[in-house]
Design a protein around this ligand. Sequence first.
Ligand SMILES: Nc1nc2c(c(=O)[nH]1)N[C@H]1C(S)=C(S)[C@@H](COP(=O)(O)O)O[C@H]1N2
Ligand SMILES: [Mo]
Length: 202
Amino acid sequence: MPDSTEEDRLPPGQYVPRGRPVVHYGRVPAFRPETWSFSVFGATASGEETRLTWPEFSGLPKVNVLADFHCVTKFSLMGNEWGGVPAGALLAAAPPAPDVRHVMIWGEYGYSANLRMADFDRDTTLFATELDDKPLTPDRGHPVRVVVPHLYAWKSVKWVRAVEYLTEDRRGFWEDRGYHNVGDPWREQRYSYQEDPGEGPA
Ligand SMILES: Nc1nc2c(c(=O)[nH]1)N[C@H]1C(S)=C(S)[C@@H](COP(=O)(O)O)O[C@H]1N2
Ligand SMILES: [Mo]
C-alpha cells in the first residue's frame, strides 16, 4: 500500500504497483562505448551539429534529482533518485538558436519524443546515467536515458542518442500514435483527442 504522502503524490488515475515494471517497445540495444556518440543537431546557435563521445558526455556536470515517475498505463514508480546531466548543462554545451521552442529527443532504433523547450529546460529534466546510486541497468536505458518526471514516462526516452532543436513542433513516436502532445499527468493529458488548440503541432 502507498503511504499517505505517496498517495498525495499520485496524479489522478495512477496506482503504485508491486515491484518496478520495465516498459519499452522493441529490444534492449547493446552499448559500445567506442562507437557510441551523442549528437545535438537541428536549429543550433552555431548552425553546426555537436557530437560528443562517451568520455566527453560523461564529463558533463552531474546532479541528483529525487522524483516520481508516471506511466500512462497508470502505474507510478515513486521516489526514484536519478543521477545524471541536467538538460541545462547540455543547453549550455550546445546552445539552441534563439527561435527554438521545442526539442525532439531521439533514442536507439528511432524511438523519439517531443518536448516543449519549457519542459526540457527544467532543473528536474535529466540525462540520467544512474538510478538509486547505481549505473542504469541495460533495460532501464543504460548508458543514458532522459528523465522528465513532470510528464508521462513515454517522454523519458531510454538509450538516448540525440537531441534535435526545433523551431516548429513535431510529434514523436507515441505522440504520432494517439498520445497527447504535452502529456501532463496532473491534468491527465493521456490522448491526443484531449488536446486543446495550441497544444499540438499546427
Ligand atoms: N527508447 C525508448 N524509451 C522509452 C520507451 C521505449 O519504448 N523506448 N518506453 C517509454 C515508456 S512508455 C515508459 S513507461 C518508460 C518506462 O521506463 P522503465 O522501463 O524504466 O520503467 O520508458 C519510456 N522510454
Ligand atoms: Mo509508459
